[in-house]
Design a protein around this ligand. Structure first.
Ligand code: MSP
Length: 474
């Protein structure tokens, strides 16, 4: 394998709001980031995978108030729940940045002071409709029947003194960078969407502080205000690298190579975030990659519809690697993906219990009497797909190998060859074993525990049942 330790790979997930338990959408992005980080690690890149929590703002303040909890105690609990889930899902994040962390808070204040001194921030007033669910002001044309379409709620009219960040003076430069793919937005249709928005109008200056929100980071130059939660949150992508807010001393991992995010938070990521960086004179991330939403039975998941699929439910039913596989193979990364427990159970039985599970137990059992060499792990099978973030495509490639191997065994009937053609038997088993090592190598990024179990089974010649069949719920 080509080894190049000078290449680095920095990947981020959004930091999730610490206002409720993790849901399947959070797990989806985080598992995807984990698979990509593991892949680049296997490619010998100096890899850093940053994950974390967004712990300030009105939404969290209100959630804590509603249950009469101290907000810090509240976010400590919620964030512990996320961390716990990532552990269960075998997520290998290199850090877990929380925006209530002292170092992060100081860095945010450093940045705000810097922006204020530069004249990129000024005092003014803002009036608009604020959606607490989005933690964003909404323009009237974004509302449907007067409601925020994402949260189905009428936003509150807010008018207050605040500090604003200048947007238009760097707008042209931002457009140029997006056009040239220096700041790449993928898939392509999202780049078009962002460009048409940016080219369509001068951006309104963004309110970057709140007077009526206590649960936030105080502005260093005006203690009556707290920092707007998105500005606070974006900076995690740098403070997650231990950055102290100094515009001159930038961590070596920066710029991010891939920032994963859902389509609902693209607009802010493609405007406020790069504009902060442009004001600071810091390089923009190389790419924002936008994934779709997970739907359940064709609909948005909601408690009222009763179609919510929880990460815990999946873990209990399908195990860690089953969950990782089913989420990433459910559809094209970058498009909406529809899931139901019924279809996932079917797929689990077909691809995992039958396809992969059968192959492993056959190869191990049939090869018991033979002295077979260990094969090499290889990422070549799916390298091209991974580099294009075609995660389900990469899995498809691995599953093609699994199907071919199963077919090769069925066609050659090694159990018969063992009785009447020992040389041919050995040949078939050598080939099948090499192929299974290869498959295990492919699974390293997606199903690391299974990959390890396969290699151990081949070495010890003992195969446990990797994926017991599951009955459909009546
Ligand atoms: N805290 C902000 C992000 C700040 S990043 C600087 C936030 N948090 S969130 O908890 O609401 O999580 C948002 C992420 O979860 C988004 O990427 C969003 O697209 C994703 N998902 C929310 N529901 C989803 C699905 N049903 N399916 C897939 N992803 C979904 O926004």
């Amino acid at each position: 394998m080509f080894i190049n330790m000078s290449e680095k790979f920095y990947i981020t997930t959004p930091i999730y709001y610490a206002n409720a338990k993790p849901h399947i959408g959070h797990a989806y992005t985080t598992i995807a980031a984990d698979a990509l980080a593991r892949f680049y690690k296997l490619k010998n890149y100096k890899t850093f995978f940053s994950a974390g929590m967004d712990e300030h703002g009105l939404k969290i303040q209100k959630a804590a108030e509603a249950i009469r909890k101290d907000p810090q105690v509240f976010v400590d609990e919620v964030s512990a729940g996320f961390q716990n889930l990532w552990k269960k899902l075998n997520i290998q994040n290199d850090n877990f940045i929380r925006t209530t962390n002292e170092m992060h808070k100081k860095a945010v204040q450093e940045v705000l002071q810097n922006l204020f001194d530069k004249g990129a921030i000024y005092k003014g007033e803002y009036e608009g409709f604020y959606c607490v669910g989005c933690e964003q002001f909404k323009s009237e044309n974004e509302l449907v029947d007067g409601k925020c379409p994402d949260h189905d709620k009428i936003p509150e009219l807010m008018q207050e003194e605040c500090y604003l960040m200048k947007m238009t003076e760097v707008q042209e430069r931002l457009i140029e960078k997006i056009k040239k793919d220096e700041f790449r937005i993928a898939p392509e249709r999202y780049k078009k969407e962002v460009l048409s928005f940016l080219e369509g109008q001068p951006l309104k200056d963004v309110s970057i502080s709140r007077k009526n929100v206590q649960w936030g980071i105080q502005l260093p130059f005006d203690p009556e205000h707290t920092t707007y939660v998105w500005v606070d949150a974006f900076l995690n992508y740098l403070t997650g690298l231990d950055w102290r807010g100094d515009g001159q001393i930038i961590p070596e991992e920066w710029p991010a190579d891939i920032q994963l995010l859902g389509k609902d938070i693209l607009r802010v990521h493609a405007t406020i975030w790069p504009i902060i960086l442009l004001h600071l004179g810091i390089e923009l991330p190389k790419m924002l990659f936008v994934h779709g939403h997970i739907l359940s039975g064709g609909k948005k998941m909601s408690k009222t519809l009763g179609n919510v699929i929880s990460p815990e439910e999946m873990l209990e039913k399908f195990g860690v690697d089953g969950t990782r596989y089913l989420l990433l193979s459910a559809g094209t990364f970058g498009e909406d993906v529809d899931m139901t427990m019924e279809r996932m159970t079917e797929k689990y039985n077909a691809d995992l219990a039958n396809g992969l599970g059968n192959l492993v137990s056959r190869v191990v059992k049939l090869g018991e009497s033979l002295d077979l060499e260990a094969g090499e792990a290889s990422i070549e099978i799916y390298e091209e797909e991974m580099e294009k973030l075609e995660l389900s495509g990469a899995l498809k490639k691995i599953w093609n190998l699994i199907d071919e191997s199963n077919k090769f065994i069925a066609d050659n009937k090694p159990w018969e060859l063992a009785k009447n053609d020992v040389d041919k038997f050995k040949e078939v088993m050598v080939k099948s074993t090499i192929e299974l090592y290869n498959i295990a190598g492919g699974l390293d990024s997606f199903m690391p525990e299974t990959a390890e179990k396969i290699r151990t089974a081949l070495k010890t010649k003992k195969a446990e049942i990797l994926f017991p069949r599951i009955k459909q719920d009546a």
